[in-house]
Design a protein around this ligand. Sequence first.
Ligand SMILES: O=C(O)CCC(=O)C(=O)O
Ligand SMILES: [Fe+2]
Length: 336
Amino acid sequence: MSMESIPVIDFAQFGDGTSPESQAISKQFYEACRDVGFAYLTNTGIPQESVDNMFNWSARLFGLPLEVKNQATQPPQGGMQLGYHGVGVEQVSQMIFDAEELASIRKGKLLDFKESFEIVDETSSARRGLKNIWPPEEILPGFREFELDYCQACRVFQMERLLPALSIGMGLDKDFFNRHHRNAENKLRLLHYPEGPVEIFESGEKGRIAAHTDFGTGTLLFQDDVGGLEIESPTEPGKFIPAIPIRGAAIFNIGDLLMRWSNDSLKSTAHRVRAPLMKADGDGIVPERFSIPYFMNPDASTMIDALPGCWGLDIPKKYAPIDSQDYIKKRRAAFY
Ligand SMILES: O=C(O)CCC(=O)C(=O)O
Ligand SMILES: [Fe+2]
């Protein structure tokens, strides 16, 4: 495996995680998380047809008039803003918590030019008193049901293959991470990066998503075929390499919390989305892009302390234990 490329991990033979094949898959997956922090995953069990349909629904949602989309907004709950966020509401920043500095970034150039719609898993939202907000059912009949089913399909992959593979790969018992992800503290986000004239992207007046790391356990990401996602090279910091769309493959990346939990043995890799200027049409318009990240987090009040096997006499713990929820709240608050 070249360190410069993003590995492809095929989950087809994972089964219930007890066969020799599943051991091999887990090992490859762990190595990808350690060396690159990103992997393409195939045979996740989420049918390609569902992925395509989710993208279709997303296009229909974002195609609605702004007044309608704005009906699906609500004040933040517990530091979380669910529902629709118009262009420019969220500005991704990296580890900046100072209010003045954040304000100056917002006034500046390179605003993330995107709109999004976010939901939480309804079982966990019920548990924690969070409520999803939806566009009126009569305007997009079936949208709510489909999106919740899609969220559930991601959840099944997370619990039946992804977390078990990670546990096994790290030499932990198969259910280790499952035990810390019982409440499905996950969010499914539909993202739309509008089209725009090549100049606004070229001049830096507008961007798609600035370089950042994700902050939870990890992210399962579906992208359309437009391209523009780039990840920081594992071997040359500061250099970004394209994560080209591969049909039939989802992308997985490690988040900061899991990096910390693993005492930095797993890598939370910076990534960004650039507008693909070379795809501009005859009128100089760069095409719109859609993506669908599913962000995974540990259960609230999980103590994030270096995992067994990631520290010892020769490898000291790098971080003090921290409560997962405190950490995530702090990171999220800097985004709005
Ligand atoms: O749109 C993408 O492909 C990436 C989105 C992303 O990195 C994020 O939402 O954290
Ligand atoms: Fe991200």
